[in-house]
Write a protein that binds this ligand. Structure first.
Ligand SMILES: *[C@@H]1O[C@H](CO)[C@@H](O)[C@H](O)[C@H]1NC(C)=O
Ligand SMILES: *[C@@H]1O[C@H](CO)[C@@H](O)[C@H](O)[C@H]1NC(C)=O
Length: 668
């Protein structure tokens, strides 16, 4: 007995020195091994070891001491593989492909929850769908574990939070059916279905979900940040600073909202605004102070290891690279710090000293995501995709935030290549999310292609579900489920070249030029032009990377673009266009360079002086990195269609052949 005991102890010590795979193989050798390799203390020791190296405990699993031994074992296995890859830096790694689905709808948004539930919003001109893929049961060739429901509008923005053991989604639809929908995935008669928790018509563009509070940026077509409380179904106002929202820098939608120490924080492209929560008859958020920041294109909240719990951290993408922004409560005020933690690579130029060519001066880093832990980030590098790169390709990068106490101010980075693999077309206006602990990355693009990559195993192994079942909802059942058949989208058809005048009159163009603003000299009401020019509908559809898309993504004016008036300028070369988005008039001028200008909402200020518009002011881009997306989309699409350096293919045509309809009239 004593000898057997000793043997077990020694065996355990031996196991600690063995790779996890070998421990699991040993299990089959004998009954003694089978017992020893399942001893809880072995797996507790192993998980501690992974966590002290580079491993991250998934935030949704709680403390490891409370997990079942079988879950611990699965976790150790995955964390070890992923951690090993971190240490193999800087060699780019190729991930294992877990899933690839080709759908017939463009993916516009996706989110991976608890490493297992992948929510995907996809749509085209006629239908909009929300799907959930259960990664622990889905396989590429069976539709098991995939749940769908239809929505009345396309998903532009969304946030997910696990609340009381269930997954709550706040989806911002629009512009054809502007509303925020609050839904959950739950079991009804043993089947997972999407159920509606609440809905708010007119509010959309979701920037925050925090308990019952949903931060929205658009209200009835105006860029007015506000809060929707989905539990009490009330709207709380956000009282802006004294000069209001009608100044150019606040005419656009912000990047992010978050709650911190009873305050509401709104991040814009050049300022961070702090609001106090005031509980009176109804809750309001009242402007307190703001910090001017260098230009921010993208920003996410983060939580570097070792931070003080009082401090608020953000990871931001600026023109310089990745920046860490810190807000710290000081003596009666809040202190602001910003530091560069990873410099973006310089643009490649042909010869040293050459200027970066016009149009090529877009940021090299874009697509920033921070994982659930708040400690790791993912982004895309376009450094090897410039016009001077022989074999242009994008790299997916991941990095760990330096601990605040380390004095280290740089980020460790690993990067992925898809060389020799099927290209997931990240350049196709991809939506990306990842599980930073397990190393699972999901990518969906506008061509309807969905990819899930695994950095946590050598071979693609279906990841087991580690968390509790988040579809087992406590409380009374919800009865409002979503339709399982497509809902008609409230959108008029796009015109196409062979349309008759009658058909044209019932197309989207029929909404143009209706505001009767042609009061300045030679201007003409905007009409659909069957020719190449700015008043061709092709440019204003809001399809990937056109002018309508850029107004939304680069300039921060989401919504349907309704052209009103056009004019050829004095030199006969340029064209100027006045259009409306929601309640805002804007002007595009091509004089010298392309510029967007905006007017105040005050009707008395709506004037136009040719040549030097005094009344309308320049709108600066709020998201320079969206220009990167635009450039890359055009470059890679042309390369693939032309078979330049890559197999000739046309992903829009492929979507078409799967029964899909490319958006707008993109089929050139
Ligand atoms: C998706 O489409 C690509 C390109 O046609 C193809 O290589 C891939 O096998 C398809 N994937 C699936 C799961 O059918
Ligand atoms: C938004 O529009 C709805 C419906 O037209 C209207 O009832 C509501 O008062 C509007 N809200 C605001 C803030 O204008």
């Amino acid at each position: 007995m004593a000898l057997a005991q000793l043997n077990n102890d020694i065996l355990l010590l031996v196991c600690l020195e063995l790779p996890v795979d070998t421990i699991q193989t040993l299990r089959q050798v004998s009954r003694v091994f089978s017992v020893v390799t399942r001893v809880r203390s072995l797996w507790i020791t192993l998980i501690r070891r992974v966590l002290t190296t580079n491993g991250l405990m998934p935030s949704y699993l709680g403390h490891y001491e409370e997990l079942e031994t079988s879950v611990l074992e699965l976790l150790v296995r995955r964390l070890e593989h992923f951690t090993e890859k971190w240490e193999r830096d800087p060699t780019p790694i190729s991930p294992a492909t877990l899933f690839n689905y080709n759908t017939s709808l463009s993916v516009t948004w996706l989110k991976l929850v608890a490493g297992n539930w992948l929510f995907v919003a996809s749509s085209d001109e006629t239908e909009s769908k929300i799907s959930c893929y259960d990664l622990s049961t889905a396989t590429p060739d069976s539709m098991n574990g995939i749940v769908h429901a239809y929505l009345p509008g396309r998903v532009r923005t969304g946030r997910v939070e696990v609340q009381d053991g269930s997954m709550v989604l706040a989806l911002g639809l629009g512009p054809e059916s502007a509303a925020v929908h609050i839904l959950t995935l739950c079991k009804v008669s043993g089947q997972n279905v999407f159920c509606e928790l609440a809905r708010c018509e007119g509010s959309t563009y979701v920037l925050m979900l925090s308990g019952s509070l949903v931060g929205c940026a658009l209200r009835n077509g105006s860029n007015v940040p506000h809060i929707y409380d989905w539990k009490s179904r009330t709207i709380y106002d956000i009282i802006p600073q004294p000069d209001g929202l009608d100044v150019p820098s606040r005419r656009t939608v912000p990047h992010l909202m978050t709650k911190w120490q009873g305050k509401l924080i709104i991040i814009r492209s050049s300022a961070i605004e702090l609001y106090d929560t005031v509980y009176a008859q109804t809750t309001t958020f009242v402007f307190n102070t703001n910090f001017d920041t260098p230009s921010i294109s993208e920003v996410e909240r983060c939580a570097p290891p070792g931070r003080s719990p009082d401090t608020l951290h953000f990871l931001a993408l600026s023109s310089r690279g990745l920046e860490l922004i810190t807000l710290e409560p000081g003596a009666g005020q809040v202190d602001y710090h910003q530091s560069l933690i990873l410099e973006a690579p310089f643009h490649r130029i042909l010869n040293p000293g050459d200027p970066v060519p016009v149009g090529e001066d877009y940021p090299m880093f874009y697509g920033l995501r921070v994982g659930d832990s708040g400690q790791r980030a993912l982004w895309i590098s376009a450094a090897e995709a410039t016009i001077y790169c022989k074999n242009p390709h994008l790299r997916l990068c991941q990095g760990a935030l330096p601990p605040t106490f380390s004095g280290d101010t740089t980020m460790q980075q690993i990067s992925t290549t898809f060389a020799g693999m099927e290209d997931p077309a990240i350049w196709g206006v991809a939506s990306i999310d990842f599980d930073d602990a397990l190393g699972v990355v999901a990518i969906g693009n506008c061509f309807g292609e969905l990819w899930v990559y695994d950095f946590g195993s050598e071979r693609p192994i279906r990841p087991p579900r580690l968390s509790i079942d988040l579809t087992e909802r406590a409380g009374p059942p919800i009865t409002t489920t979503f339709p399982l058949e497509p809902l008609p989208l409230n959108k008029l058809p796009a015109p196409h070249y062979r349309m008759s005048d009658i058909e044209l009159a019932s197309s989207r163009v029929s909404r143009w030029g209706k505001d009767n603003i042609n009061t300045f000299g030679q201007w003409k009401p905007a009409k659909y032009a069957r020719r190449y020019g700015f008043s061709s509908q092709d440019f204003w559809e809001g399809v990937p990377c056109d002018f309508g898309w850029a107004l939304d993504h680069v300039y921060g004016f989401p919504g349907e673009v309704l052209l009103q008036s056009t004019i050829y300028t004095w030199d006969g070369i340029g064209e100027e266009i006045i259009f409306r988005i929601g309640d805002r008039y804007l002007l595009l001028t091509t004089e010298k360079e392309e510029h967007f200008l905006s007017w105040s909402l005050n009707p008395g200020d709506f004037l136009y002086q040719p040549n030097h518009p005094q009344s309308c002011v320049l709108q600066l881009p709020t998201c320079e990195t969206a220009r990167t997306i635009q450039m890359l989309y055009q470059r890679f699409l042309a390369h693939e269609r032309g078979g330049k350096g890559r197999p000739e293919r046309d992903r829009w045509a492929e979507l078409n052949s799967r029964g899909g309809k490319p958006p707008g009239i993109v089929m050139y």
